[in-house]
Design a protein around this ligand. Structure first.
Ligand code: GTR
Length: 448
């Protein structure tokens, strides 16, 4: 039922559903009835603001504020340049991709390589060893609800070691293996002791456990420092033995996503976690990372990008808010060198960000925007999900196809994709998590 949650999920959901379905087209009702009730509607899963009524449009106050404070960027919808997106279902040689076999057998790899060579860079092929060391354990966090562990991932090449920490919570008293959420924390490291007493809204470990998930989180800068001069201290230089990176070698976003995959390697060794049901989650630069992590690693069942904007969910060709030129000059360590040449030349990009969503298909993707976060281009974030629909369709999955955005605070879920635009500004908090978990419940908690 939550998959049609165009209305906030509190009060009588059944009434809301019937009421809302009355307003939907036959096509949409089909999706309504195909969905299952996942969790008890009477359970209060926390705050959800009141839904708007009309499809979201940028608030003119914010358009004016941004236009005045960042004059060299566009925040006006009518000034978005005319653009044509590359078709994910047409290969570079013009071949039309009309079967799942052609997609899986050739086109997906072609697209993945375009993103590696032009946007995020290529990960090293060098062999390494990986170990996980348990640094501390608390067996009875939150009155016995979970076991918390402080972990260290140890990467070894020859006689050299690189370590990064992460924190993991596993629900206690589990009957069946639980799904998990891996959180990419682009802000700060939250140690076990802190996470065990404070439910940080950025990574609400307790909420996640209460909703039946194991969860792990690491800090991006512990893997690859988030600054333009940090290369020598990070995992990329470790792999390259200190040598300067090739122009098309991986950059920080890819390195952080690689680390999420290493945390997943550890999760695969824990019998009480179902490693086939793992979501990767990130906000902003962490959201760009979570999407790309799921492209590179098909073990992730769900990817969630929160307010990820340029280089994440937003279409580059719209050049709305943050642009390719701006992001590659402000954050040169995030993307490989070729991406910068598309500054003011977005139409020449051989890919666009809808194809990131397409690379994640047929798995689940959830995208969230915020009303005041015009810098991240909410409309462009939504449009890229819609533009990936033909690939979901080819692979046998329903997904969001409506060109109009949903109303504010009114999550839209169709098949394997979901989207919400929340009131307020750039940030990841309780409301975003609640709606995201309503979505993942159907993919990860179903039939447990
Ligand atoms: C902004 C940046 C965005 C976004 C964000 C963040 O300053 O322009 O691309 O990633 O930071 O990560 O908070």
């Amino acid at each position: 039922m939550k998959s049609v949650s165009e209305l906030p999920i509190n009060g009588s959901r059944i009434f809301q559903l019937m009421f809302f379905c009355g307003l939907l087209s036959c096509h949409e009702i089909m999706f309504c009835s195909a969905q299952q009730v996942i969790s008890d509607p009477n359970v209060d899963h926390g705050a959800r603001p009141v839904a708007g009524e009309l499809p979201w449009k940028a608030n003119m106050d914010w358009v004016n504020k941004f236009s005045n404070s960042r004059k060299e960027f566009n925040f006006v919808e009518s000034k978005v340049p005319a653009y044509k997106l590359p078709d994910p279902l047409i290969g570079r040689d013009g071949q039309v991709i009309d079967t799942a076999e052609a997609w899986n057998g050739f086109r997906r790899a072609e697209l993945l390589n375009l993103f590696r060579n032009q946007v995020y860079g290529n990960r090293p092929r060098k062999e390494y060893e990986l170990d996980f060391v348990q640094v501390a354990e608390k067996a009875d966090v939150w009155n016995g609800l979970a076991t918390g562990r402080s972990m260290s991932a140890v990467v070894t090449i020859g006689d050299r070691e690189y370590k990064f920490p992460f924190v993991l919570f596993i629900p206690n008293g589990i009957q069946k293996p639980v799904p998990a959420v891996i959180h990419i924390n682009n802000r700060y490291f939250i140690p076990l002791d802190k996470a065990a007493v404070e439910n940080d809204p950025f990574w609400p470990a307790r909420t996640l456990v209460e909703r039946g998930y194991a969860t792990a989180s690491f800090h991006t800068s512990d893997v690859d420092p988030d600054k333009r001069t940090g290369y020598q201290d990070g995992i990329r230089a470790f792999f390259a033995n200190g040598e300067e990176p090739d122009p098309q070698a991986w950059r920080s976003l890819s390195a952080w996503g690689w680390a999420a995959s290493r945390v997943l390697d550890h999760i695969e060794t824990i019998p009480v976690i179902d490693a086939g049901k793992v979501a990767v989650v990130g906000h902003s630069r962490g959201g760009k990372t979570s999407l790309w992590a799921a492209c590179e690693d098909s073990r992730f069942a769900v990817a969630y990008s929160n307010n990820s904007g340029c280089g994440g969910a937003a279409l580059s060709r719209r050049a709305f808010g943050e642009t390719v030129g701006r992001i590659t000059s402000s954050f040169p360590h995030w993307f490989c060198v070729p991406f910068a040449k598309y500054a003011d030349q977005e139409a020449d990009l051989p890919v666009d960000q809808h194809e990131v969503m397409a690379l994640i298909a047929p798995r689940a993707v959830y995208v969230a925007s915020a009303d005041e976060d015009l810098w991240a281009d909410p409309k462009g974030e939504y449009a890229s999900l819609v533009a990936a629909a033909p690939v979901f369709d080819l692979l046998g999955k329903a997904s969001i196809t409506e060109p109009d955005m949903p109303a504010m605070n009114s999550p839209r879920v169709r098949g394997n994709t979901g989207y919400h635009i929340r009131s307020g500004g750039h940030g990841l908090g309780e409301v975003d998590w609640n709606w995201f978990l309503d979505f993942t419940d159907q993919f990860l908690q179903q039939a447990r």
